[in-house]
Design a protein around this ligand. Structure first.
Ligand SMILES: [Zn+2]
Length: 64
């Protein structure tokens, strides 16, 4: 049968697991970077040290 298929962890698109699929299990470099970015973002957060998030006003809605 054909090559196994996996789902891109980022966008859930089907990816054929072959050598040509350079970014497998991701469908593209972009999805790979998105996943890495999320991973690094989580890595930067220090567990056990929760900081209160300041409520910033939306940039496109200036106060007043
Ligand atoms: Zn994807």
């Amino acid at each position: 049968m054909g090559a196994p298929r996996v789902r891109c962890p980022t966008c859930q698109r089907e990816v054929v697991w072959v050598a040509e699929s350079t970014w497998r299990p991701f469908c593209s470099e972009r999805c790979r970077m998105v996943d890495l970015g999320a991973w690094f973002a989580g890595e930067r957060a220090i567990p056990g040290e929760e900081m209160a998030e300041p409520e910033d006003p939306p940039p496109d809605q200036p106060r007043n």
